[in-house]
Design a binder for this molecule. Structure first.
Ligand code: TXA
Ligand code: MG
Length: 335
């Protein structure tokens, strides 16, 4: 199969809709990362997404809808605090999990009785979702466990020959996947951190919890995606909290290598003679935007990436560090 990359135009949107109507999957831009989209009502399209990504079949998908889509067509209950969150943050990088109405394909939520719904802010994504008019399930458009894609070329590198069309909406500004927030309980609970932070959610509804799976208690996991090693580049990655340790390790390596650090520390490594120093950025938002592109650059240019963890740990950095630490993890957390 030939994989076309097309800018978003009325023609390419129509072509994308025709493909979706025929049960194909199409890559689409969003403001966070690119997604691999398919018709949420079509069992075969949903299965195809899992197949083409190599995604474990216990990791549910997010349904994407346009801003005016009637949510109650697909969700069973819409708690008042979820309405407040939608008004404050949507369209935008926030996915809300509701009790499902059971209307979309049962393969979407992998047996859970909930459904994750997201309204992306990216103009191209909104135009595509309006064109198709139905909920589109879309995981990040990377091979399972590889780094998420923030450009059409990243998608092409993972899926050339496997999908018919990539809609090219430019580089993703957000850079890390949406915040996933469970709205099935008394209070909102973050399942995956992202650009909409706990503080931002709490400022709108007064309270926000953060879910941490308790493996020892044998608790049923709320968001299976958190269990897997994710976002990993093909090169080795090792991370450090102290720059002196990162430098000593870098110097000890006998292979092609690079250092990844926040802007503030680049000078230290350059002065010490490191050949490749990747600048993650200055602000948390910049670091989110740059992270995945640099992880992909690292795998192209070197055998090992040495990471100095950024200092700031709060707010948006919770999401950035969550992804960075998973990229550095050596195996699944699952046991
Ligand atoms: O920014 C994003 O969210 C991107 C773009 C393409 O929209 N999508 C994305 O999808 O990151 P994916 O499939 O890579 O991650 C979906 C996450 C996983 O951690 C999954 O476990 C969780 O959402 N999730 C999906 N449905 C869920 C549900 N019903 N309950 C709990 N977690 C759910
Ligand atoms: Mg993903």
């Amino acid at each position: 199969m030939q994989t076309k990359i097309e800018k978003i135009t009325p023609e390419s949107l129509r072509e994308a809709k025709n493909l979706i109507d025929r049960g194909e999957v199409v890559a689409i831009p969003t403001e966070t990362v690119y997604g691999l989209g398919g018709n949420a009502f079509d069992d075969n399209a949903v299965k195809k997404i899992f197949e083409v990504k190599g995604r474990p079949n216990d990791n549910p998908l997010i349904a994407h809808v346009h801003l005016d889509y009637d949510l109650l067509k697909i969700v069973d209950y819409d708690p008042p605090y979820a309405k407040k969150l939608r008004e404050a943050f949507l369209p935008g990088p926030l996915t809300l999990v509701y009790p499902s109405k059971g209307k979309v394909s049962p393969f979407v939520s992998c047996g859970l009785d909930t459904l994750a719904v997201r309204v992306p802010a990216h103009e191209g994504a909104q135009a595509f979702l309006r064109e198709v008019g139905i909920p589109i399930v879309a995981p990040s458009a990377n091979l399972s466990r590889h780094v998420s894609p923030t450009s059409a070329l990243h998608v092409y590198n993972d899926f050339a020959g496997k999908i018919p069309l990539i809609l090219d909406g430019g580089e993703c500004e957000g850079g890390i996947e949406s915040t996933v927030c469970d709205c099935t309980g008394e209070v909102p609970t973050i399942l995956r951190p992202g650009l909409v932070t706990r503080e931002m959610i709490a400022s709108v509804v007064g309270v926000c919890e953060v879910y941490t799976p308790d493996f020892k208690a044998g608790e049923k996991v709320k968001s299976p995606g958190v269990l897997y090693k994710h976002y990993a580049p093909k090169c080795r990655v090792k991370s450090f909290l102290r720059k002196e340790d990162a430098l000593a390790y870098y110097a000890s390596l006998d292979c092609s290598r690079a250092v990844l650090c926040e802007n503030l520390e680049t000078e230290f490594f350059r002065k010490a003679g490191c050949e490749r120093v990747y600048d993650l950025g200055e602000t948390p938002a910049q670091m989110a935007t740059n992270l995945y592109g640099l992880l992909r650059k690292a795998e192209e240019e070197c055998d090992e990436l040495v990471v100095l963890e950024p200092r700031e740990k709060e707010g948006v950095m919770q999401g950035v560090l969550n992804r960075l630490r998973k990229a550095c993890a050596s195996e699944d957390i699952k046991r």
